[in-house]
Design a binder for this molecule. Structure first.
Ligand SMILES: CC(C)(COP(=O)(O)OP(=O)(O)OC[C@H]1O[C@@H](n2cnc3c(N)ncnc32)[C@H](O)[C@@H]1OP(=O)(O)O)[C@@H](O)C(=O)NCCC(=O)NCCS
Length: 230
């Protein structure tokens, strides 16, 4: 029995002509850890509080890589059908460029998925953040049949807000938080499936096997999904 047969969500992926999202193997994970440790925030961008995504941003190598890996492995170790977070590596050509996450709690009931992402600094500003979000929204809406996708960003994170707005998300209020000892507003954003613009480019989802849908807490499997729509 292969690992993916035991832990089937490891086989989930999405491929578009621009980007591929996949659960990294050992070699890709090593590259991702190095990319994370090189830093994901522009040090010149003083007005942007760093979101401590995984707590590795302010420490030196190899502790940074180790913290990234701890965060990554914890997501799979803590996996439950009622609360999960799928961490996908993003690949463009031969480059591993970042991480796209999609998570949910009680998805069968809420039909709501949340996303988060980062792109390695040398790959930022080239449209990959948008390509990754487009791919993961395809997984959420077409693959998992979510009714709603949520995300959030600091009010000063123009790149992240730019990605969400380009996808058609609507503002859904703000939450005031403390970041690095300062008061900062977080913008909450929501995209309803009914407002989702299906990508014009082909998106191919892989790995939504019956075992994977069971681990995601979905009420359907690919074999019965049309039956349960009736
Ligand atoms: C946020 C992030 C994932 C966006 O990915 P990206 O590849 O850099 O963004 P894209 O090139 O796809 O650009 C997305 C949109 O934001 C705009 N944008 C990008 N960088 C910007 C910046 N620094 N200031 C203002 N707008 C910006 C782009 O013009 C584009 O909008 P458009 O379609 O209207 O032109 C990436 O910048 C990143 O990893 N940042 C650090 C980590 C982070 O902030 N993660 C998100 C936490 S909420």
């Amino acid at each position: 029995m292969a690992l993916v047969d035991i832990w089937p969500v490891l086989g989930i992926g999405v491929r578009t002509p621009t980007v591929e999202l996949f659960v990294p193997d050992q070699e890709a994970l090593e590259r991702l850890a190095r990319l994370a440790a090189e830093g994901i925030y522009d040090p010149q961008n003083q007005y942007l509080p760093r979101t401590p995504v995984g707590g590795w941003e302010d420490v030196a190598s190899p502790e940074a890589e180790r913290r990234f890996l701890r965060y990554y492995w914890a997501a799979f170790a803590d996996w439950r059908p009622e609360k999960w977070n799928l961490m996908l590596a993003a690949r463009v050509g031969r480059d591993i460029i970042g991480v796209q996450e999609i998570g949910a709690q009680h998805f069968a009931v809420t039909k709501t998925a949340s996303t988060g992402s980062w792109v390695g600094r040398q790959f930022q500003g080239a449209g990959y953040g948008k390509a990754m979000r487009e791919a993961v929204l395809h997984l959420a809406f077409d693959g998992l049949r979510a009714e709603r996708a949520d995300t959030a960003a600091w009010i000063t994170n123009h790149a992240s807000l730019g990605v969400s707005r380009a996808m058609g998300y609507q503002d859904n209020g703000t939450t005031t938080r403390a970041a690095e000892g300062k008061r900062v507003d977080q913008v909450n954003l929501t995209l309803r499936c009914s407002d989702w613009r299906r990508p014009s480019e082909a998106c191919i989802i892989t790995g939504l096997s019956p075992g994977a849908t069971e681990m995601l807490g979905l009420p359907w499997t690919p074999a019965n999904r049309h039956a349960d729509q009736v």
